[in-house]
Ligand binder design. Structure first.
Ligand code: F6R
Length: 258
């Protein structure tokens, strides 16, 4: 796993924004997989501001978001659809039909999951998948457990995941839906390239398990060890337990040793 360490979340967001924008200019028809949550807020802010300065052509880019709460959709402030509109889609000139989102209000959730898998396949698969990581090691909403699901599915959210999403629901974790639709592990691992971002000390144990721990369904991100083209972009807090590792890029780069 290629690991890059940054001084703080702003430096990480700036580096990843550069990487994404370069990927778009190399391949204007790129298919992106996108996360929500607190971690990518700085990334989307950076992308918005660079796109508003007119340097990025979004017209042919396609996106697929990782997940959505069951029961929520357009107009629900807690939905990931609303989050994506506020953070990115309302600010860049994408073709509306190119935006792939799961519909948490679909009458038939199994059919919605199957539709999503088909849509990703028809788009030619995901070129670059951006991920966050839960403090419990989840990616997308593939939660730790006895087993993992390969394809897009209905996931039951763990209590800690509902707590960490409470901010979207006025701080009340009881209002966080108990279930979500999520890309599966194979949906994610079939991407041509993966970049996982993690910030803050509360992610340090999950990050250490992902990088150095055993590959286990108890820490879904550990499956990324099997994947050949993954970069973990970390801030100092998230990288804290990896002190002895060599970093591909480091916040220390250029500083004198000691
Ligand atoms: C959200 C997603 C989740 C988050 C994870 C971390 O689309 O896929 O796996 O990346 O829960 O969330 P934050 O960034 O809020 O700590």
């Amino acid at each position: 796993m290629n690991i890059e360490r940054f001084e703080n979340e702003d430096a990480l967001a700036a580096a990843l924004a550069t990487r994404l924008i370069e990927a778009i200019s190399r391949n204007p028809r790129i298919v992106l997989g996108l996360p929500t949550g607190r971690t990518p807020v700085a990334l989307y802010r950076e992308i918005r501001s660079r796109s508003q300065r007119g340097h990025v052509d979004w017209s042919q880019v396609r996106t697929f978001n990782l997940d959505e709460f069951v029961g929520l959709g357009a107009g629900d402030s807690g939905s990931y659809r609303s989050y994506m509109q506020a953070e990115l889609f309302n600010h860049v000139r994408m073709t509306p039909e190119h935006i792939g989102l799961l519909d948490g209000r679909a009458p038939n959730l199994a059919a919605e999951c199957a539709r999503y898998e088909c849509a990703i396949e028809q788009a030619g698969g995901i070129d670059l998948q951006i991920l966050g990581i839960g403090a419990n090691g989840h990616i997308g909403f593939n939660e730790p457990g006895e087993s993992l699901q390969a394809e897009t599915h209905v996931a039951e959210l763990r209590a800690e995941t509902r707590r960490s999403n409470a901010g979207l629901f006025g701080g009340d974790s009881n209002r966080v839906p108990s279930h979500a639709l999520s890309m599966g592990m194979a949906t994610i691992l079939h991407a041509r390239e993966i970049v996982l971002m993690a910030t803050g000390e509360e992610k340090q144990a999950a990050v250490a398990g992902m990088v150095d721990g055993p590959i286990t369904t108890r820490l879904p991100a550990s499956f990324l060890q099997l994947y050949p083209r993954v970069t973990a972009m970390l801030d100092r807090g998230a990288a804290q337990r990896l002190a002895d590792r060599a970093f591909g890029v480091s916040a220390d780069a250029g500083q004198a040793p000691g």
